[in-house]
Design a protein around this ligand. Structure first.
Ligand code: TZP
Ligand code: MG
Length: 216
C-alpha cells in the first residue's frame, strides 16, 4: 500500500473529453509527475469499473504512484487500490476505515467547515475541499468557497487540505498561499492538448511554490 497523500491529485475523466481513456490519462499524468491518480467515473457497470480500475492500479503500481477510487469502495477493494475518496453522501468514512484498515488512504470531500470537521472526526487522511473556484466539471458542485474560506479551513483542520474546483496554473500559487497541502484537478490535465505536459507544469509549480519536501 502506498500512503503518500502527495500534492498533485489527477482525477481521470472520459466524459469531459473522449480522446484519452482512463488508463491513457493515468499513464500521462504519472509521466508528468502526478502524486495520486483518482479514478472518477459515475457511469458504467460495476464490472467495467473494476476492469478499468485494475488496469489503472497496475499502471500506478509500476511507477509507485498512489491509486485512489472515487465513490466506490467495492471497486477500490476489487482493484486493490491504495485508497478511496468519499463524498458526504457516499460510503461512510468510519465504515470504510473498518473495511480498508489504517494502511489505506481515505479522503473525504468537504464544501464547508462543518463538513471538513466531520471528515476529521471520521478519520479521513485528507480533506478534498471545494469547489474553490467555478468549475464546469461537476454539475452539482455547489457554491464556490474562494481562497479566503480555503485559508480558514487550512488553519482550522489539522489534515492535509487538497483544494479542488477550477484550479489550474494561474491560481495554484494562491491556493498554496492559502495553506492548502495540494490540489486535485480534472480539466487542467484531462482536457489539455498534452495531459503529460499539463501535469508536469502544475507539478513544477506546486513544488516550486511550496516549501514542503517533494512528493511527501
Ligand atoms: N469536486 C468539487 S469541484 C470538482 C469536483 C470533483 C470538479 C473539479 O474539476 P476541475 O475541472 O478541476 O474544475
Ligand atoms: Mg462522491
Amino acid at each position: 500500500m502506498i500512503q503518500k497523500i502527495g500534492k498533485l491529485h489527477v482525477l481521470t475523466d472520459t466524459v469531459l473529453q473522449s480522446r484519452f481513456s482512463h488508463v491513457e490519462l493515468t499513464e500521462m499524468a504519472i509521466a508528468g509527475g502526478a502524486d495520486v491518480i483518482q479514478f472518477r467515473q459515475k457511469q458504467g457497470s460495476t464490472r467495467e469499473l473494476i476492469e478499468i480500475a485494475t488496469q489503472m492500479k497496475r499502471a500506478c503500481a509500476d511507477k509507485g504512484v498512489a491509486f485512489v477510487v472515487n465513490d466506490r469502495i467495492d471497486v477500490a477493494i476489487a482493484a486493490k487500490a491504495d485508497g478511496v475518496h468519499l463524498g458526504q453522501d457516499d460510503f461512510p468514512i468510519p465504515l470504510a476505515r473498518q473495511l480498508l484498515g489504517n494502511e489505506s488512504i481515505i479522503g473525504g470531500s468537504a464544501a464547508t467547515l462543518e463538513e471538513a470537521r466531520k471528515c476529521l472526526a471520521d478519520g479521513a487522511d485528507y480533506v478534498g475541499f471545494g469547489p474553490v473556484f467555478p468549475t464546469g466539471s461537476k454539475d452539482d458542485a455547489g457554491p464556490v468557497s474562494g481562497v479566503e474560506t480555503l485559508k480558514m479551513i487550512a488553519e482550522a483542520i489539522p489534515l492535509p487540505i487538497i483544494a479542488i474546483g477550477g484550479i489550474g496554473l494561474g491560481n495554484t500559487p494562491a491556493i498554496v498561499g492559502a495553506g492548502a497541502h495540494g490540489i486535485a484537478v480534472i480539466s487542467a490535465v484531462c482536457c489539455q492538448n498534452d495531459p503529460c505536459q499539463a501535469t508536469n507544469a502544475l507539478c513544477e509549480l506546486l513544488y516550486a511554490v511550496n516549501s514542503g519536501g517533494r512528493h511527501v
